[in-house]
Every structure is written in structure tokens, then in C-alpha cells.
Design a protein around this ligand. Structure first.
Ligand code: PGA
Length: 251
């Protein structure tokens, strides 16, 4: 039988805020607000340059994540950061293949190399997949399947508990409202089925979460009806009140 896994909430700060003091304020408010919500893992992904400045991490249910990593471990790669370097800074998770990075040219092959580098270094990989738009013929399902399959190519099943798939319909990122729980559920089950096809029952070890315009209000419906193991939050992760409320809902 598959392992029972903890629910997870990931906050993707993207390239915000500008100052370290603002960043520290958000972290302390979230840690204070969510300190009793111990059934849920909370992963905060600030700009990586700030990551070493937040005191002790991981602590309790709180973890630090990066928003990208390079696939080589060491060497002449100006501007890049390796998975072992992230690990050295107490970063335990990394978001990979976010649509904003794919838009800058990151391919499925590059995402796959990054996934393997991350898990080999002991990091958990939060792999973002999702269609750019929904067509009537259901071609988007094939698109998602391809993204998942490519990202997981040659990823050994011993790493499956370090993989989180974040389903993010790109057309709903930064939108007014999140996806309906029914649509989230349908796609989540589809992704879980792909993972079973790839890994058999062990595929159930991979957590599947939803992201794109998650807010406290939509979090509730999606957690009840979406069949997800957690949420990935953009904008509202920068607002401690809203983010703590989302964690409360998941918890
Ligand atoms: P959003 O961002 O919650 O602001 O839509 C989600 C994301 O880009 O991961």
C-alpha cells in the first residue's frame, strides 16, 4: 500500500519583495501565524539571495525552497546555482519548470535534468506542469502527459517521495479566480494515473498539488473537491494573513 503523505503548501514569492527586511517580516508573520498548524508542510520559496538570512530552517513544519536550480553540480557556469549549493544553505525544496521559466526558454529536457540533479542532491523537486490553454478536443491532456513523462524520464523510483507535481493551468496564473474544484479533480486524477502508468503503485508516493490564483476562499473548495495533496500559492503567499489562512484550510 502506498505511503500516507503529509499535505503541503508552497509559497512562490517569485522576484518579490525588494528588501530583506520586508522578506523577514513576511517569514516571521507566517511562522507565528501557522505555528500550530503542524499537520501541513509549509515551503516558502523566497528570492534565493535572501534564503540564508532567515534563521533556522527547516524548523518544525517550515521549509525553505528555491525557484530554480542548475543541473550541473560544480564548475564554470556563470550565474547558476547548483543543487548541492542550495542544500548547503538549508534549502530543501526547489520549484522546477514553472511556466515563467519555460517562457524564458526552459525545455522539458532541461527540466528533466534539473529534476534529476535536485533529487540526487537530496532536494525535493516541485515540478510545475500545465497547459497554456484548454482546447475543446482535449489536446491539453496530451500536453500535460508529455510534460509529466518528460520531467520524470529516468527518475529512479527511490526518489518518488521527493517529487511533487504542481498542476498549474498557465492560463489561470495571475487570474481573478482559480480553477473549479471539478476541473482540478479531473486533472489531478489524470496526473496520478500517468504516474501509475510510469511507476505502478509506487507512483502514488508522488504528491500532486494545484496552483494558479489560489486564495483563501478557493483553497477551501479545491482542498475539499480537488483531490489534491496541497497547494502552490503565488501572490497570496506574500500576504501573511492570506497565506496563513490558506495553510489553515489545508491543515
Ligand atoms: P498566482 O501564481 O497564485 O499568483 O496565480 C501562481 C504561480 O505562478 O505559481
Amino acid at each position: 500500500m502506498a505511503r500516507k503523505v503529509k499535505k503541503i503548501v508552497v509559497g512562490n514569492w517569485k522576484m518579490n519583495p525588494t528588501t530583506l527586511s520586508e522578506a523577514q517580516k513576511i517569514i516571521s508573520s507566517v511562522k507565528r501565524g501557522a505555528k500550530n498548524m503542524t499537520k501541513t508542510q509549509v515551503v516558502i520559496c523566497p528570492p534565493t539571495v535572501f534564503a540564508g538570512k532567515f534563521g533556522s530552517f527547516p524548523s518544525g513544519q517550515f521549509f525553505l525552497g528555491a525557484q530554480n536550480v542548475f543541473y550541473e553540480t560544480l564548475g564554470s557556469y556563470t550565474g547558476e546555482t547548483s543543487a548541492p549549493e542550495l542544500s548547503e544553505m538549508k534549502i530543501s525544496h526547489v520549484i522546477l519548470g514553472h511556466s515563467e521559466r519555460r517562457k524564458m526558454g526552459e525545455t522539458d529536457e532541461v527540466v528533466n535534468r534539473k529534476v534529476k540533479a535536485a533529487v540526487t542532491a537530496g532536494l525535493s523537486a516541485i515540478i510545475c506542469v500545465g497547459e497554456l490553454e484548454r482546447d475543446q478536443h482535449g489536446d491539453y491532456l496530451e500536453f500535460i502527459k508529455n510534460q509529466v513523462t518528460m520531467a520524470m524520464r529516468e527518475v529512479n523510483n527511490k526518489f518518488l517521495n521527493k517529487i511533487i507535481i504542481a498542476y498549474e493551468p498557465v492560463w489561470l496564473i495571475g487570474a481573478k479566480e482559480a480553477m473549479s474544484p471539478q476541473d482540478v479533480q479531473e486533472t489531478t486524477l489524470y496526473i496520478k494515473k500517468i504516474l501509475r502508468e510510469l511507476y505502478g503503485p509506487l507512483g502514488d508516493d508522488v504528491r500532486v498539488i494545484y496552483g494558479a490564483s489560489v486564495a483563501p476562499e478557493s483553497a477551501k473548495d479545491i482542498m475539499h473537491g480537488g483531490f489534491v495533496d496541497g497547494l502552490l500559492v503565488g501572490r497570496d503567499s506574500l500576504d501573511p494573513k492570506k497565506f496563513v489562512e490558506i495553510i489553515r484550510v489545508v491543515n
